[in-house]
Design a protein around this ligand. Structure first.
Ligand code: GLC
Length: 746
């Protein structure tokens, strides 16, 4: 007997502290399901909003008592959460608890940098830590299901939602997806401080034609498999609890009604057993798509395609019973959807612990949380230019002018999808520089413009007078938060309002000019870069962006961020991204510029290659670009074995030296080129990166180990395989510069 108890004890050590075994949960699901009416089953798939659009709290309680609601969005008062939970657990027939959901994307109260900024850290461990503190803050307010991470590959800066993405690269996005899933969900989803993650938007939303939000996409299956789907698969393998479908129709089929995506790929191929849910009203939006006749057919299409939970649009609760009675939807399909949502509720431990502990000491805005937010903001900043050692501001700078509409913009600094962040808690650059460095330099703050679209130049004279009197100028320009995010596409990416004029006139003073950009997307700032001595790209850096930028300006922190997205010179270059195919006539790089084209030129004098007559073929900055206050040298790239079999591992090493005066961190990037394939292959693909901290003069050898299986791609007959042949490896400081070597797969 003792032996069995000992074995049971040992086994229990491997069970999650709060959770239950999978088998135990499945048994409980069947027991609950067997007692539910069809209407109660449909009720579990109905998600409503708690902000008033679907009724008052009292009206929602009544729907809950009737078993007609399974989850509620946007209620963040834990007392109200508990009242509604009581209506579900004590006053309904099924006693099934509710899940409370929210868009907790980059912080709850303590706002982290926008996800595009977090991607620039190339630091998944820190991003995971940020997601963890976010889950702690959200769960203490009653939220147990967040609609994040957004992992849409984004190659188009006109699309406002690039701000909430992790950029253009599949590998980097996959790393970040896993980091956020693990940060939100912790080791045990049933831990009351864990929050269900939701991978979104499934799939291809970032390829909206023209960068115009919600627009159609035309992504062929190979590109879906190669570029857009992998981060979702990685997120699911990391345990992501749910998937949100995307608004777009791809090749004519709205994701909400795409059975191939929802059943074939998600369930059959990937074995996903979590919850799928609509994006807001995307079920009934299939009517506008011209894909459903009416609300009833929209419900039929979505349920038969495999969409479990309907957010907001109520076509399920209004039609599914009829559709089942008419045989247009099978009750087995309904049962499967209900199993998925019940499984999530069991995994969250809600049947055992449905209520939010409102007496537990709050951790929101704790010093630890603010420190993590600051570290993320620091690591997200990308140094784009630093001439004449302008930065860090040296000890002989005795007075500075802080100017520009983003210098003291507590609301805009937080960025898009700031649902609960409080501008009153934002530490802005203007305030932080004065507080932290006001004892070292005289700080003058003259904004010049009051918001990014401001065209009023009436205070420029005052700005310029001050500029001429100080030792250095720091101008904070960029975008208001409202110009980024959902439904906020832009056709032009230049600085709004009179910001460019401000930079131009500041530059004309001849004083050292540092331009800091706070934005939610790449902007076409080539002119302003030329006019500035140094440029920092700080995205929308969140609550602690001010102290982070201040410490970088004065050298207490050394910038190390790298661009997670290509910066175009002009919007006309879009889509522009590093891992493109080569074409049969790639740009040579020596094409004549517009001014060099001779008059009355003959048709063929300019050659025949793929570039723009007016701006050439290169971006303003390539993917992976970012400078430091120090410098790094790469040498001795070595491949342990240059002839590899398909089940081998590519082992690469490179020596990196800090050749400058400052301690710094270099993000060494590993790119692979498959030189010949049964389909054309990208000119290179990121397959690894390492953050390497080096003191001045220090040398380190960095190792990368890449299983050859990671070189697999979808070939000409749509099989995922590694094809033998010659490959190139590049390890470098960005996607354009590095040491190269070749190897062969046999
Ligand atoms: C929005 C967004 C989605 C969000 C949802 C709920 O339309 O597309 O990302 O999670 O609605 O707010």
């Amino acid at each position: 007997m003792k032996k069995h108890l000992y074995i049971l004890f040992l086994l229990s050590a491997f069970l999650p502290a709060y959770g239950q075994s999978r088998q135990n949960i499945e048994q409980k699901i069947e027991a609950v399901l067997s007692k539910m009416t069809v209407r109660e089953k449909v009720g579990q798939l109905n998600q409503l909003d708690g902000r008033g659009i679907h009724g008052t709290i009292e009206q929602l309680k009544e729907l809950v008592r009737r078993g007609e609601v399974g989850s509620l969005m946007n209620i963040t008062d834990p007392k109200i959460v508990n009242q509604l939970q009581e209506a579900a657990c004590k006053e309904s027939h099924t006693k099934i608890p509710l899940i409370f959901t929210r868009d907790v994307v980059h912080g709850f109260k303590t706002m982290l940098p926008i996800p595009l900024g977090q991607a620039a850290t190339f630091d998944p461990d820190l991003v995971k830590e940020g997601a963890r503190i976010t889950a702690v803050e959200a769960t203490e307010h009653g939220i147990r299901w967040s609609f994040a991470p957004m992992i849409d590959i984004s190659r188009d800066a006109r699309w406002g939602r690039i701000a909430e993405s992790f950029g253009e690269d599949t590998y980097l996005t996959g790393q970040m997806a896993v980091a956020v899933v693990k940060g939100f969900q912790g080791e045990d989803l049933a831990n009351p401080q864990s929050m269900a993650a939701c991978l979104k938007h499934f799939v291809g939303y970032g390829a909206a034609e023209g960068g115009r939000d919600y627009n159609s996409t035309y992504i062929p299956e190979r590109q879906l498999r190669q570029v857009y789907l992998p981060p979702f698969k990685q997120g699911i393998e990391a345990g992501a609890a749910s998937i949100m479908v995307s608004f777009n129709d791809n090749n004519g089929i709205p994701s909400t009604g795409n059975k191939y995506l929802l059943r074939n790929i998600l369930r059959k191929e990937w074995g996903f057993d979590g919850v799928t849910l609509s994006d807001w009203g995307s079920v009934t939006e299939m009517i506008r798509h011209g894909f459903a006749e009416d609300r009833k057919q929209a419900a039929e299409i979505a349920m038969n395609a495999g969409l479990d939970v309907e957010m907001s649009s109520k076509s399920y609760i209004q039609n599914l019973e009829k559709l089942i009675a008419e045989g247009k939807v099978q009750e087995t399909a309904l049962d499967d959807a209900v199993r998925n949502i019940l499984r999530l509720k069991y995994r969250l431990g809600l049947f055992e612990r449905p209520y939010t502990d409102i007496h537990k000491p709050k951790e929101t805005y704790s010093a630890k949380h603010l420190a993590v937010a600051k570290k993320l903001a620091e690591e997200s900043v990308v140094l784009l230019k630093n001439e004449n050692k302008t930065l860090p501001l040296s000890a002989n700078i005795k007075s500075i002018l802080i100017t520009g509409p983003l210098a003291d913009a507590p609301h805009d600094q937080l960025g898009t999808w700031t649902m609960d962040g409080e501008p009153g808690k934002t530490q802005t650059p203007a305030k932080a520089i004065a507080n932290l460095y006001g004892n070292k330099v005289k700080v003058h703050v003259v904004p010049g413009l009051t918001y990014s679209r401001d065209k009023n130049q009436s205070t420029f004279d005052e700005v310029l007078r001050m500029a001429r009197s100080v030792d250095a100028i720091v101008a904070f320009v960029g975008e208001e938060a409202i110009l980024t995010g959902e439904a906020h596409s832009l056709a032009a990416l230049n600085l709004q309002g009179a910001q460019s004029e401000l930079i131009k006139q500041l530059s004309a003073t001849g004083k050292p000019l540092v331009t800091v950009v706070l934005a939610g997307r790449p902007l076409t700032i080539g002119k302003e870069v030329e006019q500035s001595d140094a440029v920092l790209y700080a995205w929308h850096p969140g609550t602690m962006g001010g102290p982070a930028i201040a410490d970088i300006l004065f050298g207490k922190a050394i910038p190390a961020g790298k661009l997670p997205v290509t910066f175009p010179k002009e919007v006309g270059q879009i889509p522009i991204y590093y891992n493109h195919t080569n074409t049969g006539r790639p740009a040579r790089g020596n094409e004549k510029s517009l001014d060099e084209i001779p008059l009355n030129a003959q048709q063929s004098v300019l050659g025949h290659s793929s570039y723009y007559l007016d701006i050439g073929s290169k971006p303003l900055y390539p993917f992976g670009y970012g400078l430091s206050y120090t410098s790094f040298e790469y040498a001795d790239l070595k491949i342990a074995n240059t002839r590899l079999k398909k089940n081998d591992t590519l082992s690469v090493s490179v020596v990196i030296k800090n050749t400058g005066q400052y301690t710094g961190t270099e993000i060494a990037q590993l790119y692979i080129t498959d030189q010949v394939g049964s389909v054309t292959r990208p000119v290179k693909e990121l397959k690894g990166f390492e953050r390497v901290a080096l003191n001045a003069g220090e040398i380190k050898t960095v190792h990368f180990n890449l299983p050859v299986s990671e070189l697999a791609f979808w070939n000409s007959v749509m099989e995922k395989t590694v094809e033998p042949g010659k490959f190139k490896v590049m390890v470098g400081t960005n996607s354009e510069n590095g040491s190269e070597a070749t190897f062969e797969v046999l």
